[in-house]
Design a protein around this ligand. Structure first.
Ligand code: FPP
Length: 248
């Protein structure tokens, strides 16, 4: 099996983990069994990203739209997240992984939020892989919230409208300080962004695969990275002008 070139790895990989429900249906099991199997893929992919030396891994675990799912499914997903965070804390500390969460924290049930905040705090000093969990996340809501805080600063007199540029907007996103994703993967056969990282994914290479998330494992991640490394990233320039792999 060919291996990715470590010098040109994506610094930030973002994943839309889709297909849990269909995976379960195919096996005649309830949808929640698909989410449960999906947690094993999460563990495998986090390990693989860490071992490879990827800087940031962002996983779309729960969208703002996912609140509309049947209450039992929402409850089960929140339960899985809580037990994942509880059981992974030790592994994260041991492996220098730091956890961050992006999304509407106030909508997350208190008992999940408490664990999440504890893990964030206890892993804050780690300098290896940044594991970014998107929870109750929506790209449009993120941008709207950023605009609201910028407008508030203008009203307070701490910012003037002429000073608002892309860098200022970026500083008000959940991902402030992180590089934009270089590679965005979606499993499960659909080819859309579903409100994920709308601002940040402007120049991401998109990789869509039919593989359902519970079947997506390390070798599939390596294949996506190999595909990424074959592409030429031009950022609007001509092929001859472009040699770099990152925009900044
Ligand atoms: C999409 O599949 C997946 C989700 C809405 C949830 C993803 C959650 C996990 C992988 C498990 C918990 C996460 C962590 C980080 C521990 P779908 O249900 O929309 O699948 P379908 O399109 O086949 O119905």
């Amino acid at each position: 099996m060919p291996k990715p070139d470590t010098a040109t790895l994506p610094r930030h990989i973002a994943i839309i983990m889709d297909g849990n429900g269909r995976w379960a249906e195919q096996q005649g099991k309830p949808r929640i069994m698909g989410h449960r199997a999906g947690v094993e893929s999460v563990q495998d992919i986090v390990r693989a990203a860490r071992e490879l030396g990827v800087g940031v891994l962002t996983l779309y675990a729960f969208s703002t739209e996912n609140w509309k799912r049947p209450p039992l499914e929402v409850q089960a997903l929140m339960g899985l997240l809580k037990s994942f965070l509880e059981s992974e804390l030790g592994t994260m500390v041991e492996n220098n992984v730091s956890l961050r969460c992006l999304g509407q924290k106030d909508r997350i049930p208190a008992e999940v939020r408490k664990v999440m905040e504890r893990v964030i705090q206890q892993t804050a000093g780690n300098t290896g892989l940044i594991l970014n969990l998107a929870l109750s996340y929506g790209g449009r809501s993120e941008i709207t919230q950023a605009v609201q805080s910028i407008a508030q600063k203008c009203l307070d007199g701490t910012l003037i409208p002429e000073k608002i540029d892309q860098a200022v907007l970026e500083q008000h996103l959940y991902t402030a300080g992180l590089p934009d994703p270089d590679l965005l993967i979606r499993t499960g056969g659909e080819a859309r962004l579903s409100n994920f990282l709308l601002w940040q994914a402007s120049y991401a290479e998109l990789y869509f695969t039919e593989i359902l998330w519970p079947d997506f494992r390390k070798q599939d991640l390596l294949n996506a990275i190999l595909d990424f490394q074959k592409r030429q990233r031009r950022y609007g320039k001509t092929g001859e002008q472009t040699e770099q792999t990152h925009p900044n």
